[in-house]
Design a protein. Sequence first.
Length: 345
Amino acid sequence: MDFESIHLKSLRIRVYPEKHLNQIWKKWLAASRYCFNQAIAKMRKHGLISKYDLRKVVLNNESLPDWIKESPYHLKVNAIYDANTAFKASRKSGTKQPSCGKFRSIRDRIQSIKFRVEDFKKGTWLPSVTKGLKLFASELIPSINVEYQQKQKDGTYKVCVREQSWNAETQLIYDKKRWFALFPVEFKSEKSSSLSIIALDPGVRSFLTGFDGEKFIDIGNRDITRIFRLGQHIDKLISGKTALKGRQNKYERQRVSKKINRLFIRIRNLIDEVHKKVAKWLTTEYRVIFLPTFESSQMVAKSGKRNANLTRASVRQMLNWAQITFQTNSEVSWFKTRRNRNRCN
């Protein structure tokens, strides 16, 4: 086997925990967030601390709440290590110490829990803690039987098997009240026999326009109008929600918030579908792809130079297409099929 040509990608699966298991996962999420924020606060005050000393400072604190102490130890440790990494990266980028690192918030759209390799077994996470609680998945959860060596009291090692486990670290992602499981999986890049070349131009009314030497190609022509209408509907719902004030309208606000979240998810799914289908088609048909940089965030920036011809509707449509996200996420498709993607101006 050619190990040099094997690479990893994340397999994302929607999971549905039962009510009590959902509450346990939320508690783990809150414990990870609390430990992460405590670690950032300590380093902002005292400077960079090694991750092992930081672990002792945070977890040995006498004022630590009881519900934090009851949470699994390694989930809290992983969050503290992530805080140490984030602080070092922030300081390396030039941020001053009192502002290094960014606190996690319960309002963050995407939150995650990191697990060790041995935490996933018997088709679930930490089964000794969640014994008897079930979860369902939108597709088959990958699992293998992993052999490992366990040290005995006499100093010898015994070969054991961890059933329905995985051979890499996994994560649980919480995104707009939806749970996703992330599994690193291997893939091998494939060689292509295609020799075609295409030059692409990102746009607003059309997602991409291209020319391959023989014909012009228009991808997603006026598809943005559907997404724009959904965005306008979200604006109306948000406007109506702000008018619902007082405790008597609490449940009505929650109902409207659910509608808003569903529309945001629908827009995100439509954009992701376009990105994935276009990346798949391009890597199937063409060998060399020229894609210019498209800094839409700079084009619509409020400060500095801005194109006066851009209307509010054009700005919104441009940001909805998420051109930078497409260029970033499609790199996996280029790499899997060994396509040559060139950035140009």
